[in-house]
Each structure stands twice: as structure tokens, then as C-alpha cells.
Design a protein around this ligand. Structure first.
Ligand SMILES: *[C@@H]1O[C@H](CO)[C@@H](O)[C@H](O)[C@H]1NC(C)=O
Ligand SMILES: [Cu+2]
Length: 242
């Protein structure tokens, strides 16, 4: 009987095999379930924006680029500045490409007034090549996600308190010049006594924070396999964040 159950659950999810999505979060010792796109439509309320499936977004201009399709969540999670947010993936299968973690400060409440629209996204964390790589190796941020199925980022200690979206983005580069973006968003309420929010050149709209032609997006990791240099698209983390 056990075999029957395994076989039928595999049969129901034939497209799941090659991709992935953030499926839960750990914050301050608590686990917050994410949305499960493969669950029944009455999936419980989550801190995460709903998303339809594990499929990649293939171009940075696609509206799905922002949060894999969703635009708000029913719940939010509290986090103190300086504390970590850990994203968990049920599965992840690509070992080449950067991990980028972004935040967006809501002008006010969550919901329709905080969908992540506008030039308000900034990075808090990213990892492209580990050490010297090279490009055709498994020395990449996403290889650590494949190994650990999680990614932990510190909410900057000096970040101004408020309602924020946090967006975990994996950019898979295993197909030459065919980038695959995987991004999910969640709602977090940051507390603390900081007052810093990145501005100017550190702020981006999603979509489209970089063009398809960006050298961090349009990459052939095989032809240039020995290269030891790679710059993730969307600029650096603001060094004013502490
Ligand atoms: C918190 O996140 C930082 C990266 O921002 C990481 O270096 C550190 O190991 C994380 N701490 C924990 C306890 O996971
Ligand atoms: Cu995939």
C-alpha cells in the first residue's frame, strides 16, 4: 500500500521535478508555512504571496518576475531588525546561479497598497560565485540552496521599522543564455530602533530591475566556463545597511 501512495503522489506532480519555490520560512524560532501552489485552493492563509507553480520566469520583464504571480498575503510575520529570516525550499535542483534577497518598504498597510509596485526594491543579501568559481563549477549561491534547501539572511540591524515585503530570488543559469528566475515574496513586520532605508541607486522596480541583456542574466557558463568573474544583476547591497 505504501508503494501505491508514493506512486500516485508522484503521478500527480509530474512537472514538479526540475524546479522549486520557497515553501516556508523560519523567523525567530518559529516556522511559517508558505503557500503551496499544489495544495487545494483552500490552502491555509500564509505570510507568503500565493504562487501558481514551480515553473521559472524566463524574462525579467514578465509580471511574474516580482513575486511569482501573487500580489498580497493574508498574514505577516514579526521580525526584529538584526534577526534572521530563513527561507526553506521543499526542493531545488540547480547548482549554477546567484541567490538574491530583496526587501520593499510598504508605504503603509499590507494588501492592495503594498504589492511591491514601484521603484522600492533593495537588496539585503546576495551570493553569486563562491570564491573564484569558475562559471562552470558548482561554486554558486544556488548550489548552497540545493545542498541545504534553505537560505538565511539577517534583517539589517539599522533598518527602519515598518511593514516590508521580503523577496527570495534564485537565478538559475544552467542553460546557456536562457536564464530562469524563481522568486517568492512574504510579508514581514520589522521592529527595532533603526532609521535607515536604502535610497537612490540602490532602489529598483521589479519587474524590470535589469534588462535581459545584463551580463549577469545573459550568461553562457559553458563557453566561458573558466571565467572567474560574475556580477549578479541589480547592483550590490547598500553598504549603509548594517
Ligand atoms: C544569519 O544570516 C547571515 C547572513 O546574512 C548568516 O551569515 C548567518 O549565519 C545567519 N545566522 C543564522 C543563525 O542562521
Ligand atoms: Cu528548474
Amino acid at each position: 500500500m505504501k508503494f501505491d501512495i508514493i506512486a500516485s503522489s508522484l503521478a500527480l506532480a509530474p512537472l514538479v521535478a526540475a524546479h522549486g519555490a520557497v515553501t516556508s520560512y523560519q523567523i525567530g524560532g518559529k516556522t511559517y508555512p508558505g503557500y503551496d501552489g499544489f495544495a487545494p485552493a483552500n490552502s491555509p492563509s500564509t505570510i507568503q504571496f500565493p504562487w501558481p507553480n514551480y515553473d521559472p520566469t524566463m524574462t525579467p520583464t514578465d509580471p511574474k518576475m516580482r513575486c511569482n504571480g501573487g500580489s498580497s498575503a493574508k498574514l505577516s510575520a514579526p521580525v526584529q531588525s538584526g534577526q534572521n529570516v530563513t527561507a526553506i525550499w521543499k526542493q531545488w535542483t540547480h547548482a549554477q546561479g546567484p541567490v538574491m534577497v530583496w526587501m520593499f518598504k510598504c508605504p503603509g498597510e499590507f494588501g492592495s497598497s503594498c504589492t511591491g509596485a514601484g521603484k522600492g526594491w533593495f537588496k539585503i543579501d546576495q551570493l553569486g560565485l563562491i570564491g573564484a568559481g569558475p562559471l562552470n563549477s558548482n561554486n554558486w549561491g544556488t548550489a548552497l540552496v540545493m545542498k541545504n534547501l534553505k537560505w538565511s539572511s539577517r534583517i539589517p540591524a539599522n533598518l527602519a521599522p515598518g511593514n516590508y515585503l521580503i523577496r527570495h530570488e534564485l537565478l538559475a543559469l544552467h542553460q546557456a543564455n536562457t536564464p530562469q528566475f524563481y522568486a517568492e515574496c512574504a510579508q514581514i513586520v520589522v521592529s527595532g530602533s533603526g532609521s535607515y532605508v536604502p535610497s537612490g541607486n540602490y532602489l529598483y522596480s521589479i519587474p524590470t530591475y535589469a534588462p535581459m541583456s545584463d551580463p549577469g542574466i545573459m550568461v553562457d557558463i559553458y563557453t566561458n566556463g573558466a571565467s572567474t568573474s560574475y556580477t549578479p544583476p541589480g547592483g550590490p547591497v547598500d553598504s549603509g545597511l548594517q
